[in-house]
Ligand binder design. Structure first.
Ligand code: NAG
Ligand code: NAG
Ligand code: NAG
Length: 381
């Protein structure tokens, strides 16, 4: 017990040291997906996030249990309106009713700053939903105006990168022709309401599809010679920045230079099916660790060097009920019990002190909160 309290005070000392606090202030957001039947309570999740100083969370719905548990915390939320609700959201009365039920009761004690209306609606299948996407966004925005909440809450939607018809070189980025008709008025909406254009971007998909052609170092932000855009002469040392700039180019090609691009999802799976090359804890740790270092440096992309990248990592937890290939269930930084899936940053330079505590032994003798704090500290080193 004596050695335990010694270790605990060492932990709190570490927590208070400026070096550590600085290292924790990444400014990265995280996707809190909940397609699982084994996740910890929202109150424990709040402790976990506080212990790693993550203050930006994205939900795929408006789970009242989460929004209530995070009231009076310093955590800021992007919440979501699920795809199946979009047709109803084109009805002003239903949009107002939705906001009165899911948003208004939580304001201002829970900081809801943004609503995504649908997720990856522009894809290959459902044109009925594509058609209602912008009307639903507009109606939800007007409902916020009617309730006097539009100053506090943004309206946007999240796109997958399949909206790009061309993505390389980044300066030649363009949207798919069949989506252009949807995207131009959506861009007009973003410009008018000064709201960001969100993309879910996964260099992992490109690597998995073509591991012999795509250099692993280039997708993992590791040292490499990168790719030079022949039109601009700008050098890209990683694929994510090339993807972001391709989206900026596509937006510009539609006449807009007044819309910001933000990354609503990116990540790397720690495990996958046999044919999912590169899905390992090592690669996932390198990807997310290097990404967080870039975010800490407030780095911009080659085309937008003074616009720091804004990123929500996917995801907080492994989600055991997600459909699809094995990788889909293994994007989490944490297992549902709060232990880290891998250590971020350790592989590169270990700029946080090595902190080895047997979490198994601690679990027996400490409260859940301290246990969570310590395991999550371990996740950062
Ligand atoms: C849309 O609204 C109708 C009528 O109010 C309701 O019956 C239906 O359940 C709603 N759809 C969804 C997906 O909630
Ligand atoms: C709009 O959303 C972005 C998140 O992308 C956020 O940074 C900004 O503060 C939001 N604006 C308002 C008015 O809440
Ligand atoms: C496209 O969107 C529809 C409706 O949201 C969804 O059911 C489908 O799985 C999506 N397809 C792909 C390839 O993502």
């Amino acid at each position: 017990m004596a050695s335990l309290s010694l270790r605990l005070s060492a932990f709190f000392l570490l927590l208070l040291s400026g070096q550590l606090r600085q290292s924790l202030s990444y400014g990265v957001g995280i996707n809190y997906g909940q397609i699982a039947n084994n996740l910890p309570s929202p109150t424990r999740v709040l402790s976990l996030l506080q212990s790693v100083s993550i203050t930006k969370v994205k939900l795929y719905d408006a789970d009242p249990n989460v929004l209530r548990a995070f009231s009076n915390s310093n955590v800021e939320f992007i919440i979501g309106i699920r795809n199946e609700y979009l047709p109803n959201m084109t009805d002003p009365n239903k949009a107002i009713a939705w906001l009165k039920e899911h948003v208004q009761p939580h304001l201002p004690q829970t900081k809801i700053t943004c609503i995504t209306v649908g997720n990856e609606i522009l894809n290959d299948s459902n044109t009925a939903l594509m058609t209602v996407l912008l009307p639903a966004m507009q109606t939800v925005h007007e409902a916020l105006v009617a309730l006097g909440l539009d100053d506090q809450v943004n309206v946007t939607t999240a796109h997958s990168l399949t909206i790009l018809g061309n993505s390389f070189p980044p300066s030649s980025g363009s949207f798919r022709q069949d989506y252009a008709g949807y995207l131009l008025p959506i861009l007009n909406f973003h410009a008018q309401t000064k709201t960001p254009f969100l993309i879910n971007a996964y260099p992992y998909f490109a690597y998995k599809a073509n591991p012999s052609q795509v250099p692993l170092e280039y997708v993992l932000f590791e040292p490499n010679q990168g790719m030079t855009d022949p039109n601009t002469n700008l050098n890209y040392d990683n694929m994510l920045y090339a993807q972001i700039d391709a989206v900026y180019s596509a937006i510009k090609a539609m006449g807009h230079t007044d819309v910001d691009v933000r990354i609503s999802e990116t990540g790397w799976p720690s495990k996958g099916d046999e044919d999912e090359v590169g899905a390992t804890p090592q690669n996932a740790g390198i990807y997310n660790g290097n990404l967080m270092k870039r975010i800490a440096k407030k780095e911009g992309t080659p085309m937008k060097p003074s616009e720091p990248i804004d990123i929500y990592v996917f995801a907080l937890f492994n989600e055991n009920l997600k459909p699809g290939p094995g990788s889909e269930r293994n994007y989490g930084l944490f297992y549902p019990d709060g232990t880290p899936v891998y250590n971020i940053g350790q592989q590169q330079e270990g700029y946080l002190p090595q902190f080895t505590i047997s979490s198994a032994s601690l679990m027996k003798v400490t409260s859940g909160l301290i246990f969570l704090s310590i395991t999550s500290l371990a996740f950062l080193i």
